[in-house]
Design a binder for this molecule. Structure first.
Ligand SMILES: [Mn+2]
Length: 272
């Protein structure tokens, strides 16, 4: 089954809004291409659908995971975003994804920030690791990142894949790029949301997400896969010496490879 992209134009506009600049034409153009009849058509998908968690430049582990998956001709791979930064080889990860047949990439907060910088030239928004990545990226890498989707919906599986997550009580397909790429926690009392470290009294958005749809996300690294009835997070901190995880949507199976080394030090929580 193909993901439904009926709303792709709207989500492209949302990405463009988040980029907050006028040079969003490549996104819009690509959005129209993705809105073609071919992608709107929901086919009976004969293969598996693998969501892959935050790769963060860990190209060796990605190659190992792809070997483990033994991808068939009809299988589909969806990267949940944050392919770049932190790990040793962001450009190689982008190259692997670009050349993988049947591959879709979602927009992570790292790609969104890099694209914002690319358009605005505002250096103040960049993090230290962006400065290491930017000189290594070529035009084809930037063009590729602009094609990333905000989310992918598989109606037949009642499942949506997104980088960060969703706020409760708002339809998932009506939420802004800044929210869905960045949310980790939500404070029910104040309604505020953001990173775990920034929101006091915040709890994982997953605790407040009661579905449907079932949501597959990354973005919040933990030492293991965590899940609730209506969501799963597959960011297992590969760049922090954890694992790189794939989740197969039709059989709901987990595949993992261990990080070859700790590229960045951080202790990982094992709880939601
Ligand atoms: Mn992220």
């Amino acid at each position: 089954m193909r993901p439904k992209n009926r709303r792709t134009t709207a989500t492209r506009e949302r990405i463009a809004e988040a980029l907050a600049c006028e040079s969003f034409f490549p996104i819009t153009t690509i959005g129209l291409l993705h809105n073609s009849a071919k992608l709107i058509l929901e086919l009976t998908h004969p293969g598996k659908i693998y969501a892959i968690g935050d790769v963060h430049g860990c190209s060796d582990e990605l190659n190992e995971l792809l070997t483990l998956l033994e991808l068939g001709q009809h299988d589909m791979v969806v990267f949940v975003g944050d392919l770049v930064n932190r790990g040793p080889n962001s450009r190689e990860v982008l190259r692997i994804a670009r050349n993988l047949p049947g591959c879709y990439c979602l927009l992570g907060n790292h790609e969104l920030r890099l694209l914002k910088y690319r358009d605005s030239k505002d250096r103040s928004i960049l993090k230290d690791y962006d400065w290491e990545t930017i000189p290594k990226l070529g035009d084809e890498d930037w063009r590729f990142m602009r094609e990333f989707h905000l989310n992918l919906h598989f109606p037949g599986l009642n499942t949506v894949i997104v980088h960060g997550g969703f706020l409760p009580n708002i339809p998932w397909d009506d939420q802004e790029a800044n929210v869905v790429t960045q949310i980790q926690v939500y404070n029910k009392k104040t309604g505020s949301w953001g990173k775990r470290a920034d929101i006091s009294g915040g709890e994982s958005w997953m605790k407040y997400w009661h579905g449907p749809p079932f949501v597959v996300s990354g973005h919040t690294p933990r030492s293991k896969v965590v899940r609730t009835k209506w969501s799963i997070c597959i960011d297992t901190g590969c760049a922090y010496g954890g694992h790189l995880t794939a989740f197969e949507l039709t059989e709901r199976k987990i595949y993992q490879v261990k990080a070859r080394q700790t590229y960045v030090s951080k202790s990982l929580s094992d709880s939601i």
